[in-house]
Design a protein around this ligand. Structure first.
Ligand SMILES: [Fe+2]
Length: 341
């Protein structure tokens, strides 16, 4: 049997004997050689090589630091769609605000489909899901999602039925409604911190009890999703990392010990009360050419029912990305524009 080559090979094949014969002091392999014959050699340049070649900068962690929480007084940061595509400084401002505030409104994209894919390519690549690479939010017959109706959508985060819910979402308005269709958004991190302050028991319950989310149907392909998550996810230091809140996909089966059922619903009600306060809610409308970019781990969003113009249905195009890709582009832009990470 032929062994695979590489540093762990103990083969006596010709490549091994060749390596053995080349392990003399005359070898001029670079210090990064991994042929197996040069291991244990004293590094030629020692600490000076490590210092010159190593990563000396401390990159910022993703994505829990540097957040500024907000309420109804928020003035949504704005940017120009074409500027962020062509200009690194504008793109840096956009992604920095997206990370810090959680929402940025880009204007001037025009009404043609494809804008959200171009924004995703500006960052790196989009996140494919069961709703396709991009998805069309329209009133559709036999809708497989409440978003694809003209009805009201209550506050939610997208896709908690995925264990790794998309971190970022872009929504481009191609055609607006004749009446209604406005959205509301709430800073879930701000609301969670209010709950922690005012009702720590409820916060602790939502951060520890895991409930099921489910989604099924056919779109890009058929799917049957199931995920178990806490409504408020915290990291090892107790900082809020992600909100998982979607009554349309929270499973009708509550898989909890009976003595935890009432505390869970009480805690969920307390959180909903905080989320629903007018003092925490920002209402906004999108006009054709507007792109709303937001943090899907953090923002909860809703939609009022609407009526389309005759012969011109309301139409939004959406795309998902993940925070790793967005933070990667943000670090690169920081380096290129400001010379640091
Ligand atoms: Fe949504």
């Amino acid at each position: 049997m032929r062994s695979s080559p590489g540093p762990f090979s103990s083969s006596s094949s010709s490549s091994s004997s060749s390596s053995s014969s080349s392990s003399s002091s005359s070898c001029d392999a670079p210090s990064s050689c991994f042929c197996g014959s040069h291991w244990g050699r004293k590094p030629r340049s020692g600490a000076s090589w490590l210092q010159s070649s190593g990563r000396m900068m401390q990159y910022s962690p993703c994505p829990v630091a540097e957040r500024s929480h907000w309420d109804a007084t928020l003035r949504v940061p704005t940017g120009d769609f074409h500027a962020v595509l062509r200009d690194d400084e504008a793109a840096l401002d956009w992604l920095s605000a997206l990370r810090r505030v959680g929402v940025v409104h880009l204007k001037g994209a025009g009404p043609e489909p494809g804008a959200v894919a171009r924004l995703a390519e500006r960052i790196g690549y989009l996140r494919l899901t069961f709703y396709g690479p991009t998805w069309q939010v329209q009133d559709k017959p036999l809708a497989n999602n409440v978003a694809y109706t003209s009805g009201k959508i209550s506050l939610h985060t997208d896709y908690p039925a995925l264990h790794a819910a998309p971190g970022v979402q872009f929504l481009h308005c191609i055609s607006s409604a004749e009446e209604g269709g406005e959205s509301e958004m709430v800073d879930g991190f701000h609301a969670a911190e209010r709950l922690r302050r005012d009702d720590p028991e409820a916060f602790g319950t939502l951060a520890s009890v895991q409930v099921d989310f489910t989604d099924m149907g056919t779109d890009y392909c058929d799917f049957l999703l199931q995920a178990k998550k806490s409504v408020i996810e915290v990291d090892a230091e107790g900082r809020v990392l992600r909100i998982n809140f979607n009554n349309a996909t929270r499973d009708s089966v509550l898989d909890l010990p009976v003595d935890r059922v009432q505390p869970f619903y009480r805690a969920l009600r307390a959180f909903v009360d905080v989320l629903s306060r007018p003092e925490n809610t920002v209402t906004y409308g999108l006009a054709p050419g507007d792109v709303l970019t937001f943090d899907n781990w953090r923002l909860l969003h809703s939609r009022r029912p609407y009526r389309s113009r005759p012969g011109q249905p309301r139409h939004l195009e959406g795309v998902y990305l993940d925070w790793d890709e967005v933070m990667s582009r943000l670090r690169i832009l920081r380096q290129s524009v400001r010379g640091n990470a």
